[in-house]
Design a protein around this ligand. Structure first.
Ligand code: MG
Length: 263
């Protein structure tokens, strides 16, 4: 075989390799990171600016918490919640369990204001951990992620165990922080299979951290999430993870269930 033929064969092989589907992809797609991988790149830090006063609820919102009582809430078991009502806030009392709304919701816009403990104790997942669970199942993680490293799919505003936030827009411990969430419930077929996954858009302290992202399933720890069919409505749940987080304003607007199939 002449050197010219060899060179042509080499060039053709190279071209084929370069233009084969997937040949130019990075070795690991973002959604291929193992659950809770510490190798996963950290989202860039963004300073969201200082906190403001409590956001006033729009006229069509249901106020679930204004910092003065727990009238709209129950313990997970359905009893009176064990959390403490302070001066304009509600504080997690570790060990009393998570609390959930008496009302149940499907598609919603949700506003939540929270503050991690001003006194820092612990690190990683043991520092200012709580969470907002949509339909009691799909967690937007609350964590003190100010200068506190952990696995990116478990830092503040992560879809826990699934998707890290686009950026880390955390404020320092003790400062009031906000989540503004648009949540679209999942839809299941008659056979229980997912027709449409749950989708979510989240702003953390006014900064976009999830842009219409699909949950891969019901939130779990340490393994791949999966869906199990459930009712069209569920409570909003705030997590007791043992840390004395504070909450003040929580309000919700119910959205028309109008998103087209496939969205
Ligand atoms: Mg949590």
């Amino acid at each position: 075989m002449s050197s010219r033929i060899l060179a042509t064969a080499f060039a053709l092989t190279l071209a084929l390799l370069l233009f084969l589907p997937g040949a130019c992809r990075p070795a690991q797609e973002p959604d291929e990171w193992p659950v809770h991988s510490m190798e996963r790149p950290r989202p860039p830090v963004v300073d969201p600016g200082p906190p403001g006063p409590p956001a006033p609820p729009p006229s069509d919102a249901i106020v679930l918490m204004d910092g003065s009582n727990l009238d709209e809430w129950l313990s997970q078991a359905g009893d009176e919640p064990g959390w403490r009502v302070g001066e304009g806030y509600v504080e997690v009392v570790g060990g009393t369990g998570s609390i959930r709304t008496r009302r149940e919701f499907g598609d919603i816009q949700l506003h939540v204001e929270w503050a991690a403990p001003a006194e820092v104790t612990g690190e990683g997942q043991n520092r200012g951990n709580s969470g907002v669970f949509l339909m009691g199942r799909y967690e937007v993680q609350i964590l003190d992620s100010w200068d506190n490293d952990t696995y990116p799919d478990g830092q503040s505003a992560a879809l826990y165990g699934q998707v890290p936030p686009l950026v880390n827009a955390s404020r320092p411990p003790g400062a009031w922080q906000t989540f503004d969430i648009v949540f679209r419930r999942p839809h299941f077929g008659e056979d229980g299979r997912v027709i449409r996954p749950a989708r979510i858009t989240v702003f953390h302290n006014g900064v976009l951290v999830h842009d219409n992202v699909a949950f891969t399933g019901i939130t779990v720890h340490g393994r791949e999430a999966e869906y199990r069919p459930h009712e069209d409505r569920g409570p909003i749940l705030l997590q007791d993870h043992g840390d004395p987080l504070r909450f003040r304003t929580v309000w919700v607007r119910e959205l028309t269930d109008s998103s087209p199939p496939g969205r």
